[in-house]
Design a protein around this ligand. Structure first.
Ligand SMILES: [Zn+2]
Length: 369
């Protein structure tokens, strides 16, 4: 018995398009193969979620499914039997809709006869916070399948170059006509005519290629960028797949990123807090000098506008937030101890927050509003 598509995505039958999309996005991120290397169960869940989304995101398919359940698709070659209907490349080609555009049209090819497309390649790129803040061009080596020199192709006679064959099946709903990938040519519409000796059965060889990837400022860990046509080539008159680049953010030695803002923990001594001090802060693009006025309180947050990470959409930059921590000495010599013992009864040392000084909770509220 096949699991219900709504159950797979963890939503109710009344879910609208936005909820369906959101639920799938969540599942896809959770079960993404890059996040769960070698985990067969995660891969299964990843495929199931993709299949559920494929149906529920299409109003026609959704209506059929709502009325007839999984039977609506039995025998159509699409969703019958197991869930062999979608391969990983199909799934990744859905991602444009799900993870937002901005990187030049994932998926969605428009109408017209479809040329066969090679499979996608995937790589991971590790970036420092500096590279993320400034944008960077990375050169990566990929092994691409390309057509061998001298390989020639001819039109597939099984499908007459269409790449698809029509199939009529009898179901409980009556005769249903459906298209499926041509078994002879695998969907390319063409078969190998002349095969060079070093090529595989489809006339392909694997070649190393250096690909340059322009990474815009402001990317986020886990984000996927697409470099069009830098995936594997397919046989015959086809277009290459894409190179999918997953972003991984390396941890910074001093700075902690939170969206577009970055945080820095500054420690100052008790005398520095009392007398005031200038300090060099490790910002993203080098040091920034800040002046702390005398009598600064521990817990104060200084905001350096625009010294954070640029917005990926190009709307300005986040801030650098400097958290002031006053370091309390753990040991004292005799004179120092004497000094502080005297200070205990000195009214200068009695806490007396001014009304204008906000409490910790109010400051936190301010920061996130
Ligand atoms: Zn064919």
């Amino acid at each position: 018995m096949k699991k219900d598509f709504y159950e797979i995505l963890g939503i109710s039958k009344g879910a609208d398009a936005a909820e369906i999309k959101k639920a799938y996005r969540k599942s896809a991120l959770k079960y993404h193969p890059d996040k769960n290397p070698g985990d067969k169960e995660a891969e299964e869940n990843f495929k199931l979620a993709a299949e559920a989304y494929e149906v529920l995101s299409d109003p026609n398919k959704k209506a059929k499914y709502d009325q007839y359940g999984h039977q609506a698709f039995d025998g159509s070659g699409g969703f019958g039997g197991g869930h062999g209907g979608m391969n990983m490349d199909d799934i990744f080609s859905q991602f444009g809709d799900i993870f937002g555009g901005g990187f030049g049209g994932f998926g969605g090819g428009g109408g017209g006869p479809r040329r066969a497309k090679g499979s996608n390649l995937r790589i991971k790129v590790k970036l420092t916070l500096e590279e993320i803040a400034n944008g960077v061009e990375k050169k990566v080596k990929v092994k691409r399948k390309v057509q061998a020199k001298g390989a020639t192709y001819k039109t597939c006679t099984t499908c007459n170059g269409q790449g698809q064959v029509m199939r009529v099946t009898n179901t409980i709903l009556g005769r249903m006509q459906s298209a499926s990938t041509c078994p002879t040519c695998g969907g390319s519409g063409q078969i190998l005519d002349k095969k060079p000796s070093e090529a595989d059965a489809q006339g392909m060889v694997v070649e190393d290629e250096t690909v340059s990837i322009k990474i815009p400022a402001g990317v986020v860990d886990g984000m996927q960028l697409k470099v069009s046509n830098k995936g594997n080539d397919a046989p015959g008159n086809s277009i290459p797949g894409d190179l999918i680049v997953a972003i991984e953010e390396l941890e910074h030695e001093f700075l902690k990123r939170e969206g577009e803002n970055v945080h820095f923990d500054l420690y100052i001594s008790f005398p520095e807090a009392v007398l005031g001090v200038s300090k060099d802060i490790e910002a993203i693009n080098g040091k920034v000098r800040i002046k702390l006025e005398e009598g600064i309180q521990s817990g104060k947050i200084l905001r350096l506008k625009g010294k954070g990470i640029p917005s990926i959409n190009g709307y300005g930059s986040g801030d650098l937030l400097v958290h002031v921590n006053v370091w309390t000495p753990k040991t004292l010599n005799k004179e120092q101890k004497q000094f502080f013992e005297n200070a205990l009864t000195d009214e200068h040392f009695v806490p007396n927050p001014e009304k204008s000084e906000k409490s910790f909770f109010e400051k936190v509220k301010d920061m996130f509003s």
